[in-house]
Design a protein around this ligand. Structure first.
Ligand code: URA
Length: 239
């Protein structure tokens, strides 16, 4: 790819600014100063430096965030902070976006990437990618609820859901549950509980397909996926 494009994509300035950088002799490819903006470079095999600092280039970036409450799963918003605002600038330069949405008050696993194909596959209704949530429910969750979710429930807009696998962890005035669903309708978990007359008071996503939340991540923290996690996601998502 052209050296000016590579540097501009990485956020080192506009194409014009990058041209100036090149002219000034700040950029080297395999130890040779490159001044020509049109010069081609292969970032996978060649060593690019800017003012002596290695310029790392990846086509795709895959991040796992433990989404905190109060932050939007969006790339930008005029009022609220978004999950992208929480990323370091050297990750933001890859123009990543969240794969699907968690509600503003929902916590937990959020995949953030710039790999549109993978995102598309993971979100495709045809793929039935399972998503597991932990929730605290106001009211006593019962075996009848487990059975109802197994059959599918009717949401407020008349939509009849696919089966959900509900596990009661603790039942009482406040109940702890885990729920696995294979769809991603708007506010689906909250609306499924509304369908059986109960209210979700806390919601956290634990997993998406083969990808599980790294519990060592504090709320708002994130890390890159491991090669193994990326491979698992790609092979699972392509089923
Ligand atoms: N279901 C919901 O109700 N909210 C979420 O954020 C995710 C699933």
């Amino acid at each position: 790819m052209r050296i000016d494009k590579l540097l501009a994509n990485l956020g080192f300035g506009s194409r014009k600014e990058v041209k100036q950088l090149l002219k000034s002799g700040a950029v080297k490819v395999d130890d040779a100063v490159i001044k020509d903006a049109k010069a081609h470079v292969d970032p996978a095999t060649q060593h690019v430096t800017l003012n002596g600092e290695h310029v790392e280039y990846k086509e795709f970036i895959y991040l796992m965030m433990n989404k905190p409450p109060g932050v939007l799963s969006a790339t930008e918003d005029s009022r609220d902070k978004t999950v992208i605002d929480l990323l370091e600038l050297n990750d933001q330069v890859y123009s990543p976006f969240p794969v699907g949405r968690l509600d503003k008050d929902t916590e937990g696993l959020l995949l953030i990437t710039n790999d549109g194909q993978l995102s598309h596959r993971l979100l495709s209704p045809k793929k039935h990618v399972p998503k597991t949530y932990f929730a605290v429910i106001e009211g006593e969750v019962t075996e009848e609820d487990v059975e109802a979710f197994q059959e599918g429930v009717t949401l407020d807009d008349g939509y009849f859901t696919k089966p959900g696998q509900l596990t009661i962890l603790k039942s009482g005035l406040m109940s702890d549950i885990e729920l696995t669903i294979t769809e991603g309708k708007f506010h689906q978990v909250k609306r499924m509980f509304e369908a059986v007359g109960k209210r979700v008071v806390y919601l956290k996503r634990l997993s998406m397909g083969p990808l599980a939340l790294d519990e060592s991540l504090e709320l708002g923290e994130y890390r890159e996926l491991t090669e193994e996690e990326i491979e698992m996601l790609k092979s699972d998502g392509s089923k």
